[in-house]
Write a protein that binds this ligand. Structure first.
Ligand code: F6R
Length: 615
């Protein structure tokens, strides 16, 4: 949510800011704006409700005088609707100062009252304008020291925020700060960048610095300085960005989602790479951290949305291999109750973005309670890994489409690796060779599903474009995949969809079955458990008897399902824990094809943001 970009250097900043905002579009937004300080030292600003194209058109019609210091913003509305006036930047100090913000300033009402009493006139309904006005007042009051004024402002704000600001009397300087909201520095030659994430500046530099919690940064063309909120200098942590700009481009695909679905074999292969040694799983990032896994009596995996379904698969795998109890908790539920956790609990968080506020707060909460923390994350330099004792990165590459696909597969892969790693460390897996071979074979099998089922599933979705509701059933690790299949469908095709544990059917959901009701059923291999397989086949018979239209996802050669299925989607043979990575692919294709058949934008579904940085 909200994209932020800042630039100082020798080049005209406007195009750099707009290109950076375009790369941050995936975060979700409903208005956009830029401010630049021109060569004469005067500040120009333009902001518009709607997509970036609206802002671009406005700038083309009436250009701003361009300058080489600038800030840009895409806003996802929280306080105040998505209007031109509420869009960022917000101005203060007689429009000489511009400020942008991501997050929520929780004490904005009190600050607003204080400023109103001081005679400030507000032009928007946002919490952000309060920060801008406060900065203007501090700046005027301290004789024009922008950095000092900025520090004083951030110390008065409560809540979560990334702020960038600049003043026309200080061309060549952008100041920024972060608390529980993302901000990274991009280091160029004679120019420097700030961004919500590295995508904002990836086409200019892959050298970056991570900014810690409650830190303030100032960038000029030749220097970067970081302090804490008290003004004490701190050394930011350097990192190299492994993504390249091409990885974030559509590259000829009809949508980012189509590209990302197709990239799953690579995402899984990259996540496994370097983590198998001599037939064992060894995760180099966890070297020397065995104490995270021994002496624990419980693992809690916490995440939101799709990541929480990956977590459910992880529960089955970690329990089986590492023989420790695992619970999965939605991050926003975990944090607001009083969970029984302590030093013998390992809290694993999963987040593609590494910035999801609910998950971040759950990690912080777990740490405060003395738990050990480990994150599974796809984004280098993100906040959640920095707040955790250890991190296992997924290497899915940049995920741009709002609906998560390749990151989900990479998350499951990382959790399977983690389960086997923990099993080795805890002495509960003596020989992982069979599972390691299964892991290594996954990319090829996923590629096979993509190749063999793409056309079939797309056709199926075309036939079902008028469907008003679709149900998904699964057992064991098929259950989280049923939940994920339903989530994918609802978020991009706006069709009612629900996933159920197949065993739950008779306890209520079967009442939904009426003639013609489409139901996807994930059938586990009979080779894993003849009993579980037979139970699912019974469930299929029960819904079929009531007129459901049954679409089965089953392994090649499973003849038992054929008499009861209207459609069969085949997946290659795989071990029990590995099947989810194959079974989810047709469901992703189905959701995408159905949304496309309905003429919807699969990359940016309505009301959703890629990175949910507010609670
Ligand atoms: C659904 C989806 C979301 C995210 C969730 C967590 O397709 O993408 O449900 O999985 O918002 O996001 P991260 O993984 O960034 O913490």
């Amino acid at each position: 949510m909200c994209g932020i970009v800042g630039y100082v250097g020798p080049r005209p900043s406007q195009d750099i800011l707009l290109a950076g905002l375009a790369r941050l579009e995936y975060r979700g937004y409903d208005s956009a704006g830029v401010a630049v300080i021109d060569g004469e030292g005067s500040l120009g600003m333009r902001k518009k409700a709607g997509k970036l194209a609206v802002l671009r058109d406005s700038l083309a019609d009436a250009p701003l005088p361009d300058g080489s210091t600038g800030i840009g913003h895409t806003r996802w509305a929280t306080h105040g609707g998505p209007t031109d006036g509420n869009a960022h930047p917000h101005l203060a100090d007689d429009d000489k100062l511009a400020l942008i913000h991501n997050g929520i300033i929780e004490n904005f009402s009190a600050l607003r009252e204080e400023l109103l009493a001081d005679g400030v006139v507000f032009r928007s309904e946002t919490d952000t304008e309060v920060a801008a006005a406060l900065l203007g007042r501090e700046y005027a009051g301290n004789g024009g020291d922008l950095q000092l004024a900025f520090r004083s402002v951030v110390n008065r704000l409560e809540g979560a925020f990334t702020l960038l600001a600049m003043h026309q009397d200080h061309p060549g300087l952008v100041v920024g700060a972060r608390r529980n909201s993302p901000l990274v520095i991009g280091l160029g030659e004679g120019e420097n960048f700030l961004g919500s994430d590295v995508a904002a500046f990836i086409e200019h530099t892959r050298k970056a610095l991570a900014i810690g919690q409650d830190q303030i940064v100032s960038i000029t063309p030749d220097a970067v300085s970081v302090t804490d909120f008290a003004g004490t200098p701190v050394e930011p942590e350097p990192f190299d960005v492994s993504w390249d700009a091409a990885a974030a481009e559509k590259g000829g695909w009809s949508s980012f989602m189509a590209k990302e679905v197709a990239e799953q074999p690579e995402a899984v292969a990259n996540t496994i790479r370097g983590r198998i040694q001599d037939g064992q799983v060894v995760i180099p990032e966890l070297d020397g951290l065995d104490e995270l896994f021994v002496g624990i009596n419980r693992v809690i995996i916490t995440a939101c949305g799709t990541a929480s379904y990956a977590a459910l698969v992880g529960k089955y795998a970690i329990e089986q291999w590492a023989r420790v109890a695992v619970d999965v908790e939605l991050a926003h539920e975990f944090r607001y109750r009083d969970p029984v956790i302590g030093a013998d609990t390992l809290v694993v968080s999963i987040s593609q973005s590494g910035e999801t506020m609910d998950t971040l707060m759950a990690v912080k909460y777990a740490r405060e309670r003395g738990a050990r923390t480990l994150s599974v994350c796809n984004t280098q330099g993100a906040t959640i890994p920095r707040e955790s004792d250890a991190v296992v990165y997924t290497h899915a590459g940049p995920e741009v489409a709002v609906a998560s696909t390749k990151a989900f597969s990479a998350q499951i892969t990382a959790l399977l690796l983690l389960g086997l790693h923990m099993g080795r460390v805890r002495g509960t897996v003596a020989d992982a060779s069979v599972d390691v071979a299964e892991l290594a074979a996954l990319p090829e099998k996923i590629a096979k599903v993509l190749e063999s089922e793409q056309e079939h599933v797309t056709q199926l979705a075309g036939w079902m474009a008028d469907t008003r509701s679709v149900l998904f059933l699964g057992r064991h690790v098929g259950y989280p995949i049923a939940l994920e299949g339903a989530l994918k469908l609802k978020e991009i095709s706006y069709i009612h969809a629900e996933g159920f544990a197949a065993g739950e059917l008779k306890h209520g959901p079967i009442a939904l079955i009426e003639p013609g009701q489409p139901v996807f059923v994930l059938v586990p291999s009979p080779r894993h458990s003849a009993l579980v397989h037979s139970k699912v086949v019974s469930n299929i018979q029960e819904i079929r008897a009531r007129g459901a239209r049954v679409i089965v996802i089953a392994e090649e050669g499973d003849a038992a399902v054929l008499p009861f299925a209207d459609e069969v989607i085949h997946i290659p043979l795989a071990g029990a824990m590995f099947e989810p990575l194959l079974a989810v692919v047709p469901l992703q294709i189905f959701a995408m094809a159905l949304a496309t058949a309905k003429g919807l934008d699969v990359d940016q579904p309505r009301n959703l943001a890629k990175s949910v940085t507010v609670e």
